[in-house]
Unconditional design. Structure first.
Length: 469
């Protein structure tokens, strides 16, 4: 492992394999943190200092060997985490474009991939970082870097479109008593997430084009879908088809999802594929509405489909999302069965959620699934407990890092309380509120969870209040 000041990808593309490396996790990165992450094979989010403290897995060298990893790192000091750094591997048959099982984006690796790959090669095991032959890896990396930059620049505008669309549809439905707008309120997320995948697959990446497409496309798609789903059976069919198609897209084309304007944010190093807390929360109203429409008889089928979408390593790879979904569908089942939510039943549900969540992840790992979730459980209960404690610390630091996140989170929690105090109560709304409560405990982005959870709960309330039968 050699750290160089100026790594020319064109120089190493011929004798080896090249790629781009995300040097940290979060909005900021430092030279000290990146160097620590490089030799330890793990990253620490900027919210908690950005410098991992585990034992080093490797030591740096200055002379090439039979297999040599070359990397460039951020300079001393703290910088915005908005730049990818070059990495190259020479030897052992590495040629073309670097790939990583932990990113699933061809050409992109995490700084946490490097040390474990060095150790794996030395021990004769398959490394996380592999390579594939390609005609022009340097040009592909240049295009990838532009895609990542454009996705980052479009994110804020796309989030605003989602927020505005959800608010307008929900408030309009409640004020006008409109069943059409009530259905549109729970179809905004499926419309927007489908549009995001479509634009990404078509290589529409310019921020202005993406934001304009969302501003026009999301309301129109949601309203069009609401127009053709006037009956319960049609709405259930559409929601079920969407959930299945979305799971298929995540499993077969993970890079399309990763490079979309909404979804994983690989440019920030926190999540490279699958579902984020934001997208998982956006999906909840569609999943719970489908479950409520299916009724108690077919509820388990919708729950299994939703768990496959959120929890499997090949799709969402969201361990916290598994617990959230199990809690939500558990509450929905109790409410649809007209059973009171007593302390005893809720305690039994909590124990069942934890056991079922471990079972889902265990079965996924046994079937060959691999993600940060399965690796956390494979490390033992101590590592899993440390991961939960770390998430709790990050969760607290996030909304308290500056006034704006705090105000947004507080406003969202206020909306959640307002929705939760409306009468009469609705089973699907109670399930959504339970899901958000659990998500705030097990996930580490309370601003996203509370904001989109509150909007989703409002949308479900509008749907229930305006449903025509």
């Amino acid at each position: 492992m050699i750290v160089v000041d100026d790594l020319d990808l064109a120089r190493y593309a011929q004798p080896g394999a090249v790629g781009l490396m995300v040097p940290g996790a979060g909005s900021k990165v430092s030279g000290r943190g990146a160097r620590a992450a490089l030799v330890r094979g793990e990253v620490e989010t900027a919210l908690t200092g950005g410098v991992p403290t585990g034992d080093p897995l490797i030591i740096l060298d200055r002379r090439p060997a039979e297999v040599t990893f070359y990397v460039a790192l951020p300079p001393p000091g703290t910088h915005p985490n908005d730049r990818r750094y070059p990495v190259a591997v020479v030897g052992d048959g590495y040629h073309g474009l670097l790939e990583s099982s932990s990113t699933r984006v061809p050409g992109l690796v995490s700084i946490a991939d490097v040390a474990p790959s060095v150790v794996a090669l030395e021990e004769g095991r398959k490394p996380r970082m592999t390579a594939r032959e390609t005609a022009d890896p340097v040009n592909e990396l240049r295009e990838l870097d532009a895609r990542l930059r454009h996705a980052r620049d479009a994110r804020f505008g796309v989030d605003l479109v989602f927020i505005a669309s959800l608010l307008l549809a929900s408030i309009g439905a409640l004020m006008l008593r409109s069943p059409l707008l009530g259905r549109a309120a729970i179809l905004v997320a499926p419309a927007g997430l489908s549009l995001a995948l479509t634009l990404s697959a078509l290589d529409v990446e310019r921020p202005e084009a993406v934001i304009a497409g969302f501003a026009v496309g999301v309301p129109l798609l949601a309203l069009a879908a609401a127009c053709v789903t006037g009956s319960r059976s049609r709405l259930l069919a559409l929601l079920t088809i969407f959930l299945g198609a979305y799971a298929l897209a995540l499993s077969q084309w993970p890079e399309v999802n990763s490079l979309a304007a909404i979804g994983p944010h690989p440019y920030g190093g926190g999540r490279f594929y699958g579902l984020t807390n934001e997208t998982a929360t956006l999906l909840l109203p569609a999943m719970l509405a489908a479950g409520a429409l299916a009724g108690i008889r077919w509820l388990a089928g919708i729950a299994v489909l939703s768990l496959a979408l959120v929890g499997l390593s090949a799709t969402g790879a969201d361990g916290g999302g598994v617990l959230v979904l199990l809690a939500a569908f558990g509450v929905l089942a109790l409410r649809l069965a007209d059973l009171r939510l007593t302390i005893r039943r809720l305690a039994a549900l909590g124990a069942g959620v934890v056991a079922a969540g471990l079972l889902v992840v265990g079965l996924d790992a046994a079937a060959g699934g691999e993600s940060h979730v399965t690796r956390s459980l494979e490390s033992g209960p101590g590592s899993f407990a440390e991961d939960l404690a770390h998430r709790a610390e990050v969760s607290i630091r996030g909304p308290t890092s500056s006034p704006m996140p705090f105000l947004i989170t507080a406003a969202a929690l206020g909306l959640l309380i307002w929705v939760g105090t409306r009468r009469p109560r609705h089973a699907v709304v109670d399930a959504m509120l339970a899901a958000v409560a659990v998500s705030l405990v097990v996930n580490d982005t309370p601003q996203d969870v509370s904001t989109f959870g509150a909007l989703g709960a409002l949308g479900l309330l509008a749907f229930c209040r305006t449903a025509s039968g």
